[in-house]
Design a protein around this ligand. Structure first.
Ligand SMILES: NC(=O)c1ccc[n+]([C@@H]2O[C@H](COP(=O)([O-])OP(=O)(O)OC[C@H]3O[C@@H](n4cnc5c(N)ncnc54)[C@H](O)[C@@H]3O)[C@@H](O)[C@H]2O)c1
Ligand SMILES: Cc1cc2c(cc1C)N(C[C@H](O)[C@H](O)[C@H](O)COP(=O)(O)O)c1[nH]c(=O)[nH]c(=O)c1N2
Length: 175
């Protein structure tokens, strides 16, 4: 158990976690890699995201964190459709294409796409694609959190997974 003095020291510690320390710590969390797409009145866009997670299954909902300074931000803000395409193990080139400063037509030219129920682009060879409509948006710091209600799912059970860990790509084969 901590003494009164130790507790006092913990409670009065200055905030030591600067941006770089936070990023270094986050680089130790393995994450699936997704190309998140949209289409609609705002136009077509897509970006690479690891900040994606399951929120609840009733209704089936994911969240996606999007930096408000990203070039795709305005487009996502004007559309309600979102497709979260989780990349298969052979798709690291697509992650780089959608994660860099590349023209939008060039990004989409790098793969084959279909149209989802919501109108968002579905990546044909993705490990899994979640077609969604945005049910809620909220801002935290530099990012917007998009809550995305899943309206349909398409998956390829035989594909392996692309994992981002320690600032690099790793490949997980299925069973
Ligand atoms: N959530 C995000 O916005 C996010 C996540 C991963 C990567 N990225 C971007 O991709 C590029 C390469 O990233 P990297 O992983 O090779 O090295 P990095 O040192 O920039 O990031 C390490 C880890 O920190 C977290 N992170 C990075 N930037 C963030 C941000 N702006 N907001 C919240 N978390 C953030 C992520 O978990 C990332 O994997 C960078 O430009 C980075 O900003 C952004
Ligand atoms: C592996 C990896 C993971 C992420 C990213 C990049 C990469 C390489 N990026 C950054 C995002 O993809 C990038 O800002 C845009 O695609 C390119 O930016 P511009 O469109 O040029 O602004 C990113 N951005 C974001 O807002 N949320 C996220 O979760 C992630 N995750």
């Amino acid at each position: 158990m901590k003494s009164q003095q130790q507790l006092h020291e913990v409670l009065t510690m200055p905030p030591l976690v600067d941006k770089q320390s936070f990023r270094n710590a986050m680089s130790t969390l393995a994450a699936a890699v997704n190309v998140v797409t949209t289409d609609g009145p705002g136009g077509r866009a897509g970006f690479t995201a690891t900040a994606v997670c399951s929120v609840c299954d009733e209704p089936p909902t994911l969240l996606v964190c999007l930096n408000r300074s990203a070039s795709v931000y305005d487009t996502f803000n004007r559309n309600d459709s979102v497709c979260v395409n989780t990349l298969a193990d052979h798709q690291s080139d697509l992650s780089n294409l959608f994660g860099g400063k590349t023209d939008m037509d060039q990004r989409f030219a790098g793969a084959q796409w279909s149209k989802a129920v919501t109108g968002a682009p579905v990546l044909d060879e993705a490990l899994v694609s979640f077609d969604c409509t945005v049910s809620k948006r909220t801002s935290v710091g530099t990012h917007d959190i998009l809550f995305c209600e899943v309206v349909s799912v398409r998956q390829h059970d035989d594909a392996g997974s692309l994992v981002y860990f320690d600032r690099g790509y790793h490949h997980l084969k299925g069973q």
